[in-house]
Design a protein around this ligand. Structure first.
Ligand code: 1HN
Length: 348
């Protein structure tokens, strides 16, 4: 017997299995090799979604249903290895959301954490816990678990962002709660726009600050600040052979991930950069913010330009080649795996 082999069967053994199954027992020795695999075996597959295609389909959805009727008008990015399961990786959900000028996506809350990454448009708003924020291209915005949130688009243009949620993780724990706000379509605004960034985004904390929970007190990380940081660092930082220049979005209170279950990242790849092979146990969703390139994910080769989305499953080897200087936003469940002592990576 070993971890990878299943014992032979016999008439006597089969009779035994038939006897125990209706009594709700199972023989571990028949399933062990599938339960404890030597390396991760994901049902998820590498895939790339073309933004122009997605945008055309979203605009079509815009004619079919309003944001209000849909609650959220979103095209789910479904991993081809897990059709119908509303997952982009085994543990994470992703979708592309459209809010048309004048629309409101009504206020609700749920135990799932959400991130938004703005793909197109400028000046729509999202409100979280009594504060409104303006959303611009490339901004990374957090909706903490159980926080009231609603979106509006008072601009003249359609607004499209990518949503990333920990839905499959929360389902795994059977810990989903959700409710609609009863006081109207939008929540009351109690704090000025920009309050949380001013208060917590300047390496300062209020003198008697007490931690409110596991989520960053900043909920909009504007792209202009992140881009400026990358631009400043490129002058002196050495390029990481696997990642170029890759940064984590942090919770300034403890330096950990900005979100308790999801790790968001932003990275710069200089023109012509060819990465070494990398793999990690955190399946990762990428979207290009700027530039273009080619990523090889397992045996698939994906050409991408700005706003395309591609997914790298757990432990699947990936290399990036930037044909133009490129900025990639990405997110994964890394912080959750690290907290559970599970996360691994391999270079080269
Ligand atoms: C949700 O609340 C939003 O608030 C987006 O924009 C996508 C997908 C599933 C469940 C809740 C949002 C969602 C979602």
């Amino acid at each position: 017997m070993s971890l990878t082999e299943k014992p032979a069967t016999s008439a006597e053994r089969e009779a035994y299995y038939s006897k125990i199954a209706p009594l709700h027992y199972g023989a571990l020795w028949n399933v062990l090799s599938g339960l404890i695999t030597p390396t991760p075996r994901s049902s998820a597959q590498p895939y790339r979604w073309d933004f122009d295609e997605a945008r055309a389909l979203l605009m079509e959805a815009g004619e079919l249903i309003t944001a209000k009727e849909a609650e959220r008008r979103v095209l789910i990015l479904e991993n081809p290895g897990m059709p119908g399961e509303s997952r982009i990786t085994t543990s994470l959900y992703a979708g592309l959301q459209l809010v048309l000028p004048g629309e409101i996506a009504p206020c609700h809350r749920h135990s799932q954490s959400a991130l938004r990454f703005v793909m197109e448009g400028s000046g729509a708003t999202t409100s979280v816990n009594g504060e409104r924020t303006l959303m611009e291209r490339g901004d990374f915005v957090i909706t903490p678990p159980w926080a009231w949130h609603d979106h509006g688009n008072e601009s003249e243009e359609p607004m499209i962002w990518m949503d990333g949620l920990d839905i499959p993780l929360v389902s795994m724990f059977d810990a989903s709660f959700a409710e609609s706000f009863k006081g109207g379509e939008t929540q009351p605004i109690t704090r000025p726009t920009g309050d949380s960034l001013a208060r917590y985004g300047a390496n300062l904390l209020p003198v008697d600050y007490e931690r409110q929970g596991p989520v960053s007190p900043i909920f909009n990380y504007p792209y202009n600040r992140s881009r400026e940081a990358l631009e400043q660092m490129r002058r002196q930082e050495e390029w990481d052979p696997c990642h170029g220049l890759k940064m984590r979005y942090i919770n300034p209170v403890d330096g950990g991930s900005a979100m308790p279950t999801i790790s968001p990242f932003i990275q710069l790849l200089p023109k012509g950069f060819k990465s070494e092979t990398y793999r990690s146990t955190d399946a990762t969703v990428f979207t290009a913010v700027e530039g273009s390139g080619t990523s090889t994910v397992g045996d698939q080769v994906f050409n991408w330009t700005a706003k395309d989305v591609f997914v790298v499953p757990s432990w699947c080897p990936v290399t990036h080649h930037a044909t133009d200087e490129a900025v990639l936003f990405s997110f994964s469940d890394r912080t959750a795996q690290q907290k559970l002592g599970l996360w691994r990576e391999a270079r080269g």
